[in-house]
Design a protein. Structure first.
Length: 377
């Protein structure tokens, strides 16, 4: 990536030489060019929210920025990109969306997230740290910035305008009004699950901002809950890509005494899963882990893995995440252990499962979704 301060070598995480997707885009370049052209003062606290692969904080490392992210993979990419460019790890302070924000922010840079709720939550948390001279600049591709995006900046920060588009990227420029009356933060959001969906019927589910389908039960998960494995004694169960933890919680309720590992790369998701599990009153023991899939989970340690894999990485449609999840599941399952997957019918997950496990069985299906089972031989 070319920046006003030199060239950077950047990669996504985990690095895959076959992956042609870059670790930055035109909106990152536009933001950095804007800061250089206006000679923005970067001597105070520079907070960078939503930096996807560490491109922005690596470029600004000389100013010792604070990165705030919901993504474990982003943190790992940032560490790797700092090292790749000979920058000391301590040059950037890495915070998650669950950590306390800095007391004062002099420059706030926001890479607009896919989730409007996450944007609202993070701006509301950061607003008390802004002052009338804070420089606030958002950035994103034109297709990522909507009227609702600008309304959130306007409502929480202050008067907001946009730049002209350059290479299909746009900037959001806000002027802080510290005395502005702001709405209360609506997150986390809790609702009660409907009847007729198995063990979690009528139970509460807790969602922090940014979690997929945070205000309702999505139809894929609803279908999965109706067809989860039943019976059998206590097991070691993994809810892989747990989101708000409904699936793993349902398994814990259906298999009393089981140990359940909830794992996701989103800090918001794992916090939601823990809150949902505790609110359900599920018996047994649970562990909550933010990480890169099943990396670090001992091989042959699980009896059952439940998975609703994502097929998007930010704006890119890809099956790379699902493939890595399936591969990790095969490694951690004991002989005879089972991977249960729900997915859109057209994604063809049964082909991948047969290739990895040597078998794949259709448990249930409707015109949109399938539930598949693969057994570790």
């Amino acid at each position: 990536m070319t920046t006003p301060w030199g060239e950077l070598e950047l990669a996504r995480f985990p690095e895959d030489p076959r992956d042609r997707l870059r670790a930055w885009d035109a909106s990152d370049e536009y933001l950095l060019r804007h800061l250089a052209e206006r000679d923005a003062a970067l001597s105070g606290t520079v907070a960078v929210v939503g930096d996807r692969w560490g491109a922005l904080v690596t470029a600004l490392a000389a100013h010792r920025p604070v990165q705030i992210t919901d993504s474990f993979l982003t943190q790992e990419a940032t560490r790797a990109n700092l090292a790749r460019n000979g920058v000391a790890a301590g040059s950037v302070r890495l915070l998650t969306t669950r950590d306390p924000v800095p007391d004062r922010v002099d420059v706030l840079l926001v890479r607009v997230p896919k989730s409007l709720a996450l944007l609202e939550d993070q701006l509301l948390r950061l607003a008390p740290a802004l002052h009338e001279d804070t420089v606030v600049v958002g950035t994103g591709m034109v297709k990522e910035i909507h009227t609702s995006t600008l309304q959130v900046f306007e409502r929480v920060v202050g008067p907001t305008r946009t730049s002209l588009a350059e290479r299909k990227a746009r900037l959001i420029l806000s002027t802080p009004e510290p005395s502005r009356q702001r709405p209360p933060n609506p997150w986390p959001y809790t609702y009660t699950l409907p009847e007729g969906i198995g063990a979690v019927s009528g139970r509460p589910v807790v969602n922090h901002a940014g979690v997929f389908c945070a205000d309702r039960l999505d139809i894929g998960t609803r279908f999965f809950l109706r067809h989860l494995p039943a019976g059998g004694g206590p097991r070691r169960i993994v809810d892989l890509g747990c989101g708000n933890g409904i699936v793993g919680t349902a398994a814990a309720l259906a298999h009393p005494g089981s140990e359940v590992l909830f794992v996701d790369e989103s800090f918001q998701a794992v916090a939601s899963a823990e809150a949902t599990y505790k609110a359900s009153g599920a018996p047994g023991h649970a562990e909550f882990r933010v990480g890169d899939g099943l990396a670090g989970v001992p091989a042959g340690s699980a009896d059952l893995v439940l998975n609703n894999p994502p097929f998007h990485s930010h704006q890119a449609t890809t099956d790379a995440t699902a493939w890595r999840m399936f591969t990790g599941a095969r490694r951690v399952l004991r002989p005879g252990g089972e991977l249960w997957v729900v997915g859109n019918r057209h994604l063809g997950y049964q082909v991948k499962l047969r290739r990895l496990f040597g078998n794949s069985r259709l448990v249930a299906g409707d015109p949109k979704f399938v539930v598949l089972k693969a057994v570790r031989r």
